[in-house]
Ligand binder design. Structure first.
Ligand code: SF4
Length: 222
């Protein structure tokens, strides 16, 4: 693709992402719409190399319509900067786009509805090299309910031809020192991967077989 085609494709993706965001703001496909001030579609470039997925909007996100802007968002900003990432280069979003009442965990049906309606199309459109799943809700909804973050954080997994990376949610890292330490290590692995293997959206066929929990920065096909 030459530079002009590249720019055209980027513009089309940007327009399509905006259409999705508009549809998300009008969405009433699950009961969470009743509790929102603003649906939070997500933000970031249409060709982001990384899509980062949290659980759900919190109070600050609901008030402003922007992702990761509360204390956990500030923690995330520091984490990204410490590992050479810039927030504006990632697409930040969540499994469900409307804030659950009292910040409860989204129900399974809400997760499936919102992920199928909006998150999957967003990921398909952006086509990132890596989708980072932050926390248990994102990991169990998009990968596997049996995976424990404490065992699998820092691990890449391949699912349906996409590369996912498992880590803690920044809000958990703020509360628990062990999670804070782990997420720093996870992001250093992620930074290594993005630096050393740019432009790849799948793993090479000769990638070493799965280690399972306890070894980090490796790939597991699922
Ligand atoms: S949480 Fe998702 S599916 Fe439910 S109303 Fe909001 S945007 Fe629609």
């Amino acid at each position: 693709m030459n530079r002009r085609e590249d720019a055209n494709a980027r513009r089309q993706h940007q327009a399509r992402l905006r259409e999705l965001a508009g549809a998300i703001r009008r969405c009433r496909q699950c009961g969470l719409f009743r509790h929102r001030l603003h649906a939070v579609a997500g933000e970031g470039p249409p060709d982001a190399r990384i899509v980062l997925v949290g659980e759900a909007p919190g109070a600050g996100e609901d008030r402003t319509g922007r992702p990761f802007i509360g204390p956990a968002g500030k923690f995330l900003d520091r984490l990204l900067a410490a590992h050479g990432f810039r927030r504006q280069d990632l697409f930040l979003t969540s499994c469900v786009k409307c804030r659950p009442p009292g910040n409860r965990t989204p129900h399974r049906a809400e997760l499936q509805t919102c992920i199928n309606a909006w998150l999957r199309p967003q990921i398909e459109l952006i086509d990132p090299e890596v989708t980072v799943l932050c926390g248990r809700t994102a990991v169990s909804a998009l990968l596997d309910r049996s995976l424990r973050i404490s065992d699998y954080h820092g691990v890449f997994r391949c699912r349906d031809g996409r590369i996912f990376f498992i880590t803690y949610h920044p809000a958990a890292a703020m509360r628990f020192p062990a999670a804070a330490e782990a997420i720093q290590h996870d992001f250093s692995l992620l930074a290594d991967r993005m630096r050393n293997w740019p432009g790849h959206r799948s793993m090479p066929p000769d990638e070493p077989e799965q280690p399972g929990p306890g070894r980090r920065g490796t790939v597991k096909n699922h």
